[in-house]
Design a protein around this ligand. Structure first.
Ligand code: FSO
Ligand code: SF4
Length: 568
């Protein structure tokens, strides 16, 4: 079996991971993910056939989201769990085939590649070899492969957001209908270049819908985010750290830890939770710990309590595997997994709570960083003044509430330009660009930020412009929806379109959720986006040329040059 994966920004040598993922994914896990993706294409094909005859298979359509989410970078590393998912996928594909009374056509790409319409009955490893990127590149050529993978990674990211929304009770038929249509196209594999491009852009619009649903799910349940100062100094006491994006998991954990004396800390993409009224009301939601995902091995090792990963980004947990837990779509062999909630019930986080109680917890005086943990919090050594809090909670409602003041400040020339510096963080040294860029943004400009890339600069003091903070943290990566709402409202207020606003978008990307957010921005017609730290390996030179011609996409250069170009 030959592994080949190039779906994320840290792919080996900027071309592809071939032996073991830079993320830590094994060859076996990569092969299983290839097979799951192939099975999802077949499921999509049959879902589309059912829809064409006025039928719908809801469990299968929901399963598509879960299966694709499991193949997103840094989500599921567990051979055992991936194999179980693959088996479920195959059973579903077979059930649908019977229901449809139709088989994938003999000349469909899936059949051609796998040489059998269903993955069943062929050794796992052989299938992976037949359906993986290398084999498909031989059959499709570089550019069609590139377009298909761009579509698939957009689908994976969208599936993750739609899955979150689904858990919060928010679903839309148009999302499922699109997944069936796009996956059927990938299964048959015969679209023209224009058709692939259209499917890719449609993915962007469907992702906007998924993010809108998720926003509604969050704000209806937890209220609209409010500007909130978040402590980054630990409190003495037992502790649980919650990472990932799933606010419902956090809420249930907060409920189950009430009165236990355990303090709950947010990590990474959980930071925006502090802005939601229904979450910030818990006094034991104690603060934010650490930086972005790629620092977790050092920071989790130093955390004196239990850790819960609700979504990506997970890294190899060796050293603290006995006190870290996964849940939802996340999995790692040897790590305890909190099972899904049963209808009408909460997840049972008692193993996490029990583990936290058995750990030492933070010691020392209130407000003083405990010895040995100072570095983790960007704080001075123990005994000295703690670091100031960070402020979150600038979702669309909070920003639009002060839209009048913002518009006046722009008209009066007090705010010259908005920089949206958002996206993922990662381990590459080139990502210092984003810190330097934020630092060098002129004092009469405002920075909007979202997702985990913000940890590159969110502890710096940017001050304010006439009471409007210069750094506005819009939220998680999915809150790109809020950023779109804010930009559209500003465009309306100025009687112009988003491209004519004094607004520039500089995206840092890492995994497939960033891909679907980029597709959303492109589908909305937003041009001249800069992306970094490097361009995706799966975008071929010809496909890049299309993106450059159509949307003016460009790679980042240096902070000085980019600021100069933007403000020119
Ligand atoms: Fe970051 Fe990871 Fe939110 Fe991603 S924690 S990198 S784009 O999973 O999803 O921003
Ligand atoms: Fe490599 Fe990224 Fe794929 Fe992991 S997800 S194997 S790092 S390309």
């Amino acid at each position: 079996m030959t592994m080949f994966c190039f779906q994320c920004e840290q792919t080996a040598h900027g071309t592809g991971c071939t032996v073991r993922g830079v993320c830590g994914k094994t060859e076996a896990a990569a092969g299983l993910q290839d097979m799951i993706v192939q099975a999802v294409k077949e499921i999509g094909f049959y879902c589309q056939k059912l829809r064409e005859t006025g039928r719908r298979d809801e469990p299968a359509e929901r399963m598509i989201l879960e299966l694709l989410f499991a193949t997103v970078t840094n989500v599921n590393f567990s051979g055992e769990r991936l194999y179980a998912l693959f088996q479920e996928a195959v059973k579903t594909a077979e059930r649908l085939e019977t229901l449809c009374g139709e088989k994938l056509p003999e000349d469909a790409l899936v059949a051609k590649i796998a040489q059998t319409p269903s993955p069943l009955g062929v050794p796992v490893i052989e299938i992976s070899d037949r359906v993986g990127i290398s084999r498909r590149r031989e059959l499709l050529g570089e550019d069609v492969l590139s377009l298909q993978e761009l579509l698939m990674y957009g689908l994976k990211g969208t599936a993750a957001y739609a899955h979150h929304a689904m858990i919060l009770g928010k679903e839309a038929d148009e999302i499922y209908a699109y997944f069936a249509k796009a996956l059927a196209a990938l299964a048959v594999g015969k679209a023209s270049v224009d058709e692939w491009v259209n499917l890719v852009l449609e993915c962007g619009m469907v992702n906007l819908k998924a993010m809108e649903l998720l926003d509604a799910g969050h704000t209806e349940r937890f209220g609209h985010p409010e500007p909130t100062a978040v402590s980054i100094t630990p409190r003495p006491g037992k502790a649980i750290l919650v990472s990932g994006h799933d606010l419902l998991d956090l809420e249930e954990l907060l409920k189950q830890t009430e009165g236990t004396g355990i303090n709950v800390y947010t990590h990474g993409e959980m930071l925006p939770a502090h802005g939601y009224p229904a979450l910030k009301k818990y006094p034991h939601l104690a603060g934010n710990y650490g930086g972005a995902w790629q620092d977790q091995r050092k920071e989790f090792a130093a955390f004196p309590g239990a850790i819960l990963m609700t979504t990506n980004c997970l890294q190899d947990p060796r050293g603290y595997e006995n006190r870290i837990f996964t849940t939802g779509c996340v999995a790692y062999d040897g790590v305890r997994h909190i099972a899904d909630r049963r209808p009408g019930e909460m997840k049972d986080f008692s193993p996490v709570i029990k583990t936290a109680m058995a750990e030492e917890g933070f010691t020392g005086d209130a407000g003083v960083p405990p010895a040995g943990h100072a570095h983790t919090f960007n704080n001075p050594p123990a005994g000295e003044t703690p670091a100031p809090p960070v402020t979150v909670g600038f979702g669309h409602q909070a920003v639009l509430n002060v839209a009048g003041a913002v518009i006046d400040a722009v008209k009066a020339g007090k705010i010259r330009h908005f920089f949206l510096i958002g996206g993922c963080d990662g381990a590459k040294t080139g990502r210092n660009y984003f810190t330097e860029l934020a630092e060098k943004v002129p004092a009469d400009c405002v920075i909007l930020t979202l997702a985990c890339g913000k940890y590159r600069f969110n502890k710096l003091n940017f001050g304010d412009i006439g009471g409007i903070p210069r750094l506005l943290d819009v939220g998680q990566c999915n809150d790109a929806y809020s950023a779109v709402r804010i930009a559209s409202a500003l465009a309306d207020a100025f009687g112009t379109d988003v491209n004519s606003l004094p607004l520039s978008i500089i995206l840092s990307w890492y995994e497939q959720k960033a891909v679907c957010v980029l597709l959303t921005l492109l589908a909305l017609g937003i041009t001249n986006i800069k992306i970094g730290p490097s361009l995706p390996a799966f975008v071929s030179p010809a496909v890049l040329e299309v993106l450059v011609q159509k949307f003016g996409i460009s790679p980042i250069s240096t902070p000085e040059e980019d600021i100069k170009a933007v403000l020119a």
